[in-house]
Design a protein around this ligand. Structure first.
Ligand code: GMT
Length: 376
């Protein structure tokens, strides 16, 4: 198949899923064309069958807001025509599904081959952005105009049906990980770089947006560190990084917290961790949690989110109510103190991730779905 993929190229779950899907599809012999304004975050090496088409948006004094949406739609139409695309697979509804719709209209007008549009909903496009009154109608329209819709969890599919009152069929295809890269082997990381022999390493990876509740991460860590020798490894950056730094200073935790900023190869640090924290307000799936589990790291996160489809509560982690940092810290401390249970949770984490979310199976689900949409 010839597949066009559009995603946000910045660090973030939707871009990562799109990139890794493209890479896996290219390995399977499909021709994959990324169309975006920058090279996606994890698209950091050459690969056969994989191409990138940059979208330029020129500014003009009249344009207070340069119309990226239009140049993206035009580029989608151009790449479809030149590369004979069968599918335009867009990740994140706003504005990508709308741009794909526009591209299709452009192609229709010129009697070109018409690609099928598959839109993958990732979460914040529905739960935060899409439900914003100013985006609501456009999101709903774009969902309905797509030939196929996938959501990364049942939680998100239900939310989409409820928020947008749509009867459109939504295929749930969970996030996945590459088992060649994400594995428990600590050979790929250097624990002594971060902690001493008698210390625990607690990790959090995110884009530090308010939805991630970064201050809760620090609060949980502070409580853990009062009971156990430990250090906190923070990977990623975003609007709340500054708040986090301020809080760490205020709580005098500076010498126990390591900031790594954005990293494209998180598998180089994850396997050395003892515990992963993800106390988000909302999480449609929680790819970062899955990557931690795949590396054999138990997860403590928030209940009532898509994390419930990823973490096996009481088997490879604990899910607790959003904002209940005291209970999250208590669960973490109890687990870290119990060596046997910790070893069991670590084993369960890697096994469950591999069984349920390995790329091999999930990428086939996307391939089969493309087939269904093309024949439908
Ligand atoms: O988590 C973020 O803020 C990034 C966001 C994105 O759209 O890039 O991630 C969303 O998509 C990921 C990939 O499907 C999911 O694993 C994340 O759970 C989801 N984030 C939220 O729902 C907050």
């Amino acid at each position: 198949m010839n597949i066009g993929i559009t995603c946000y190229p910045a660090a973030g779950g939707s871009g990562i899923v799109a990139t890794e899907l493209g890479q896996q599809l290219a390995v399977r012999g499909h021709q994959v064309h990324f169309i975006s304004y920058a090279l996606p975050f994890r698209l950091d090496k050459y690969q056969a069958n994989l191409m990138y088409h940059g979208v330029e948006t020129t500014t003009y004094p009249l344009f207070k807001f340069p119309p990226y949406t239009l140049t993206l739609a035009a580029k989608m139409a151009e790449v479809t025509r030149n590369s004979d695309l069968d599918i335009l697979h867009v990740h994140y509804a706003i504005p990508h599904a709308t741009c794909a719709y526009l591209a299709r209209e452009i192609l229709k007008g010129r009697n070109d081959k018409i690609p099928k549009i598959v839109t993958t909903l990732h979460g914040t496009d529905i739960t935060l952005v899409g439900a914003d009154p100013s985006y609501y109608d456009m999101t709903r329209f774009s969902i309905d105009a797509s030939d196929g819709i996938t959501a990364v969890s049942n939680y998100l599919a239900d939310e989409t049906r409820e928020v947008f009152e749509t009867t459109k069929e939504i295929k749930v295809i969970h996030n996945f990980f590459d088992s060649e890269r994400f594995k428990p082997s600590t050979r790929q990381c250097c624990r002594s770089e971060f902690v001493g022999d008698d210390e625990f390493l607690i990790t959090h990876i995110s884009n530090f947006r308010p939805v991630k509740r970064t201050l809760d991460v620090i609060d949980i860590f502070e409580r853990i560190s009062l009971e156990l020798p430990s250090r906190l490894l923070l990977v990623g950056e975003g609007p709340d990084t500054i708040l986090a730094r301020r809080q760490i200073k205020k709580k005098k935790l500076g010498d126990r917290v390591i900031f790594l900023g954005n990293q494209t190869r998180v598998e180089a640090v994850l396997p050395c961790s003892d515990l992963f924290l993800i106390p988000s307000e909302e999480e449609s799936f929680g790819l970062a949690a899955l990557e931690a589990l795949a590396c054999g790291v138990p997860v403590v996160g928030s209940l009532g989110t898509g994390l419930m489809e990823v973490v096996d509560d009481f088997k490879n982690g604990y899910l607790l109510p959003v904002g209940d940092t005291a209970s999250m810290a208590r669960a973490a401390v109890a687990l870290l103190k119990d060596k046997r249970r910790l070893a069991e949770f670590k084993k369960n984490a890697a096994a469950s991730a591999l069984e349920r979310f390995n790329a091999e199976n999930i990428v086939s689900e996307y391939e089969n779905y493309y087939g269904e949409v093309l024949n439908g």
